[in-house]
Design a protein around this ligand. Structure first.
Ligand SMILES: [Zn+2]
Length: 353
């Protein structure tokens, strides 16, 4: 093994991948024993980045079905959009899903289970079809019909559950334990795929990275994962400083942003409701970690009203970008705050809404 599993809060070392620290019950993360540079000559994306990942089997990494997602310039100078919907399952969740399916197989599980707001379920379902690996998705029953149909068509078992994402997480944990299946999205490996966003941006921009990188905050996992990628690059001396990571939430579901603004502990929200369904999470797993990252990167956090999200979405369409409401939020700091420039992470497409 080229990695260890450590507690994010107390540093305790776990022997096997479990959901939370056996000493303090906080979340876990992967620490790699050794890193090298990006292998620039490799054609396949994950082969290039393999020394930054907790798995190194070249044959498996070569099966990752995506190249670097496109970055386009929009709206005005120094504003970019990274189109994460140009992937196998049309969302940024491909990155996480691929790593977790491979780890599930390496660790000997007979299938994978996830609680999802839609995009992660779609990514797991399509990649599990590619790997011929069983997949079960628990999803809030009021999730958009397009997202549910997208998951079902790949042959995954979809369990529609009343309530929000926060309500179905304990059910997914219970199911995974009972059936001896790998539980995606909650274990230490959840950050590893998102690190590749940072590597891709480095390959595109070199040291002249966009000043601000704007990311939707649900659990905060994508946000933290991108930072971990930049941290790898900094540790290797490939970049000198971090871009500012800007986190965005909907005003109607903003537990992380509220804590950031009020400098207070995160208060969990019960039954939040917003059109930004992919980040309708009242009890964010990596909320505390996100608050560390915003300080570390001299970033900022904002939340926006529903009508602002709608306006951002329609203005993105005028630029040719079809963003789901959650992703349209990343345009809001450019439109409604004074941040001037930045790269928007368009995590999923509008046609899934
Ligand atoms: Zn701990």
């Amino acid at each position: 093994m080229n990695y260890s599993i450590n507690c994010i809060a107390c540093g305790h070392l776990e022997k096997v991948s479990i959901i939370s620290c056996s000493r303090c019950s906080k979340g876990l993360e992967v620490k790699l024993n050794k890193q090298n540079e990006i292998y620039n000559s490799e054609e396949s994306l994950l082969l290039r980045y393999r020394s930054f990942l907790p798995l190194s089997d070249k044959k498996i990494l070569g099966r990752y079905p995506n190249s670097s997602t496109p970055v386009i310039q929009i709206y005005k100078k120094n504003v970019y959009a990274k189109l994460e919907y140009c992937t196998f399952s049309a969302s940024s969740k491909d990155r996480e899903a691929f790593i977790e399916i491979v780890m599930a197989q390496v660790l000997g599980y007979k299938g994978i289970v996830v609680a999802s707001t839609g995009n992660m379920g779609g990514a797991l379902a399509s990649l599990c079809a590619m790997f011929k690996f069983p997949c079960i998705v628990l999803i809030p029953e009021d999730t958009s019909r397009n997202k549910i149909r997208h998951i079902e068509q790949f042959g995954a078992v979809v369990k529609k559950v009343p309530g929000t994402y926060d309500d179905i997480v304990p059910k997914a944990i219970e199911f995974a334990n009972k059936e001896n299946m790998f539980l995606a999205s909650l274990q230490a490996f959840r950050f590893e795929g998102y690190k590749t966003i940072a590597y891709e941006l480095f390959e595109k921009f070199g040291k002249n990275l966009p000043k601000n990188i704007i990311v939707p905050l649900g659990d905060g996992t994508t946000y933290v994962g991108i930072w971990k990628g930049f941290k790898d690059l900094k540790n290797q001396g490939l970049i000198d400083s971090y871009p500012s990571l800007i986190g965005v939430q909907a005003k109607q579901c903003d537990p992380i942003v509220s804590a950031y603004i009020n400098k207070s502990p995160i208060k969990f929200l019960k039954n939040p409701n917003t059109i930004a369904q992919a980040i309708r999470i009242g009890n964010p797993l990596d909320g505390d970690y996100s608050l560390r990252v915003v300080e570390e990167t001299r970033g900022q956090m904002f939340s926006f009203k529903e009508n602002q999200i709608l306006e951002a979405q329609s203005l993105l369409l005028k630029e040719g970008v079809d963003a789901e409401f959650t992703s349209a939020l990343t345009f809001c700091p450019i439109l409604f705050k004074d941040i001037g420039e930045g790269l928007l992470l368009i995590t999923g497409p509008g046609f899934k809404n």
